[in-house]
Design a protein around this ligand. Structure first.
Ligand SMILES: Nc1ncnc2c1ncn2[C@@H]1O[C@H](COP(=O)(O)OP(=O)(O)OP(=O)(O)O)[C@@H](O)[C@H]1O
Ligand SMILES: [Mg+2]
Length: 271
């Protein structure tokens, strides 16, 4: 599981995240939804320890990672697969080298790396024959799959983080990537966070959605409750997507999200 407990983070005195709390259950794929600049990528950067909070605590599998050494964080990071915003493949490496990159660093021999790479490509629905291709010989949608395969291959991760995995793709490729994330959610049982500004993606993937605005959690609860959230920002943000939201509210029963104890202080609809 993953927990943020009342986390503040600022850059040069400017608040970027304020009082952020959220709890992701084991095996859940949580969606963090919010407009550009709301602090979504920063939340992931805090989680993987690229930056550190000014205040509050962050737990990964019950371990308070705000209290650990850089060496311990390095070990934890090896068990986290991250799909960076825009995919961020190495242009000068083949697909196979991109996917197996982290494994080579972990002293696995070449045959083992090759087997892991092929398995990861298969899981994301890519032909193993693509292993020697260069990224720029593939479509944008295929490159995103490679980026997801790379996250899956990194030493059998316990946690998967996706940062805007569909941004910049055409609607069809975007839908295929979202379908893949849903498929991985349902077959791998890993704890995951999907960061997106796309409401359609959010509703497709997340039964529980956390909405950020200006670095604050303005909603945290079942997707089916979002429609009824008593918050001006959420109403404005959702306005162009009323049909999607209403359909999701029908599909997802409200108020049934599993809640751990102790629950974080924030509940849906408050701000
Ligand atoms: N290294 C940095 N230096 C200064 N400001 C930063 C830095 N990183 C992030 N910020 C600021 O923090 C805020 C949150 O940024 P973040 O990248 O987390 O937003 P986001 O929700 O991921 O946005 P997007 O949807 O555009 O990716 C923004 O106002 C951004 O300008
Ligand atoms: Mg971002």
């Amino acid at each position: 599981m993953i927990e943020f407990r009342d986390v503040d983070y600022s850059i040069d005195g400017r608040p970027i995240l304020t009082g952020v709390s959220l709890y992701v259950n084991p095996g859940e794929t949580r969606v963090i939804l919010g407009p550009s600049g709301s602090g979504k990528s920063t939340t992931l950067r805090l989680l993987i320890g690229l930056v550190h909070p000014d205040r509050g605590r962050i737990f990964i599998e019950r371990e308070d990672v705000t209290q650990i050494s850089e060496e311990r964080y390095r070990q934890i990071r090896q068990r986290i697969g991250m799909v960076f915003q825009q995919g961020a493949l190495f242009d000068s490496m083949t697909v196979g080298e991109n996917v197996g990159y982290a494994l080579l660093e972990q002293n696995l021999d070449e045959d083992e790396v090759d087997a892991h790479v092929r398995e990861a490509l298969r899981r994301v629905g890519l032909d193993e024959g693509l292993i020697d291709r260069m990224p720029d010989e593939m479509s944008g949608g295929m490159q995103r799959r490679v980026a997801i395969a790379r996250a899956l291959a990194s030493r059998d991760p316990k946690i998967l983080l996706y940062d805007e995995p569909t941004t910049g793709l055409d609607p069809q490729s975007s839908e295929r990537i979202t379908d893949l994330i849903v498929h991985l959610r349902d077959t791998l049982g890993k704890t995951a966070i999907l960061v997106t500004h796309d409401i359609a993606d959010a509703f497709k993937v997340g039964n529980v959605i956390t909405v950020l605005n200006e670095g604050r959690v303005v909603f945290d609860g079942p997707a089916g409750d979002l429609d009824r959230a008593n918050n001006d920002f959420i109403h404005q943000f959702l306005a162009p997507f009323r049909k999607t939201v209403a359909a999701a509210a029908q599909r997802l029963p409200a108020g049934v999200a599993p809640r751990p104890a102790p629950a974080p202080p924030l509940r849906g609809g408050t701000s």
